[in-house]
Design a protein around this ligand. Structure first.
Ligand code: ATP
Ligand code: MG
Length: 404
């Protein structure tokens, strides 16, 4: 370490006022490249609100195209489509302390942006600008939500399985005894009617119990090459037999050479049957149903080291029915959530479970112009199915839900 020379013992200017040695050595271009290479979004403004720097990650997170002439313009004009970000940036000069790890939701795209801010000070310590560092947290939030849902389902599943097991045997007993009694009381028409009702109700209760047991059983996939066109046609027939479509106009728009999906054909049929059944029920015999599919070279799903964003198919099921109110949209995939008098509320819960096992994703959105409902399904062509649960259920019965 260098010893201070005698002259340097005289108190010098504070460190912030000393010339910065780096300024002469590191070219300005380097700082620009540094900002553009940062993988988080960076936006820097001057005190007067003009844009000094913005990188590509920022444009991407805000769903904007880079504009060559943006630097130097007022930030309110550059980010006119994302006023929430303008408010955050402009608020920097009057906020103390500045937010660290705060979040803002963008109304236009629904994205959640996590951000941190810093003030830019000149050599005299005077604030000359503000810098915003941010990241799109939407995907992280979705993963957390799925994780939470999985935990909830696991707890609910254990409880439901225990109850269903306990209820199954007494129900079977009731059905058998009522059958015996019915055979003995052949000369009593009133008793015959009542016993027939008891048997009918016990059968229905048993069907519900079996459905719950099927639902809580881990998914076991029997993987094959599944043609999407066949899948959709078979599911349309099945849905039509469950809920006659009436005057609903159905159009299926699939490209000719759609690649097959590796998955469990039976369970994927069930996914589409449930989606189409719901659509027919929502339409009550009138309206329009459109099924479309597109091959995607790279699925917008969280990548794993073994499976970077691989190819897949996007399939949408769109109806122009009454739609799903915002207040319940978050709950429709929960088991037992139903708005129908005779619904079990397991249809979409099964859909999500099967789609998860195929490492895909299912989303629901309002249809175009806010009319109707659009379910969007993303399926990888070749999921790493070792990640999917393949445990056999304890009783050795075939896994996975049966057609409903
Ligand atoms: N296409 C749709 N249009 C309007 N609402 C829908 C649509 N699909 C689902 N829903 C809503 O989501 C709820 C849950 O659907 P889900 O398929 O899980 O259960 P369900 O149809 O009520 O009963 P189940 O399918 O077990 O007979 C429905 O009750 C309905 O309110
Ligand atoms: Mg349903």
């Amino acid at each position: 370490m260098l010893k201070p020379s005698p002259g340097s013992e005289v108190a010098g200017p504070p460190p912030s006022l000393q010339p910065r040695r780096g300024d002469d050595i590191v070219p300005e271009r380097f700082y620009r490249d540094l900002i553009s290479g940062i993988r988080n979004g960076v936006i820097v403004i001057r005190h007067d609100g003009t844009l000094v720097a913005i990188n590509d990650a920022a444009y991407a997170s805000l769903d904007m195209l880079p504009g060559a002439a943006d630097v130097g313009r007022p930030i309110a004009a550059v980010l006119a489509d994302v006023p929430e970000m303008v408010r955050v940036l402009e608020g920097a000069f009057g906020t103390d302390p500045l937010p660290n790890r705060a979040e803002v939701k963008l109304a236009r795209t629904g994205r959640s942006i996590g951000f941190t801010m810093s003030l830019v000070r000149d050599g005299l310590g005077i604030v000359s600008g503000a810098a915003l560092f941010f990241r799109d947290l939407t995907r992280v939030e979705q993963l957390e939500e799925r994780e939470r849902l999985r935990d909830r389902l696991a707890a609910l599943g254990e409880m439901a399985a225990a109850i269903a097991h306990e209820v199954k045997n007494p129900l079977a007993g009731i059905e058998v005894m009522a059958g015996l009694l019915k055979r003995r009381l052949t000369d009593n028409p009133e008793a015959q009617t009542m016993l027939a009702d008891i048997i009918g109700e016990a059968k229905m209760a048993n069907a519900i119990v079996m459905e719950v047991l099927d639902f809580v059983r881990p998914v076991r996939l029997q993987v094959e090459d599944v043609e999407v066109a066949e899948l959709v046609q078979d599911s349309l027939h099945m849905a039509d037999s469950l809920v006659p479509r009436g005057n609903v106009a159905v159009s299926v728009d699939l490209p000719e050479h759609l690649p097959p999906v590796q998955g469990d054909g039976h369970q994927l049929r069930q996914v589409f049957t449930n989606l189409l059944t719901n659509a027919f029920e929502a339409l009550s015999g009138h309206g329009r149903l459109i099924v479309q599919a597109t091959a995607l070279a790279s699925l917008p799903l969280p990548a794993t080291p073994d499976h970077p964003h691989g190819p897949g198919v996007e399939i949408t099921v769109l109806d122009d029915g009454p739609g799903i109110p915002d207040s319940v949209r978050d709950r429709i995939f929960n088991p037992f959530f139903t708005t129908k008098p005779r619904g079990s509320g397991l249809g979409l819960a099964i859909v999500r479970k099967v789609v998860d096992a195929h490492e895909g994703r299912i989303e629901v959105h309002p249809g175009p112009d806010g009319i109707g409902t659009c379910f969007r399904l993303l399926l990888p062509l070749a999921p790493s199915l070792d990640a999917a649960p393949v445990r056999l259920p304890d009783d050795g019965a075939p896994g996975g839900p049966r057609p409903r």
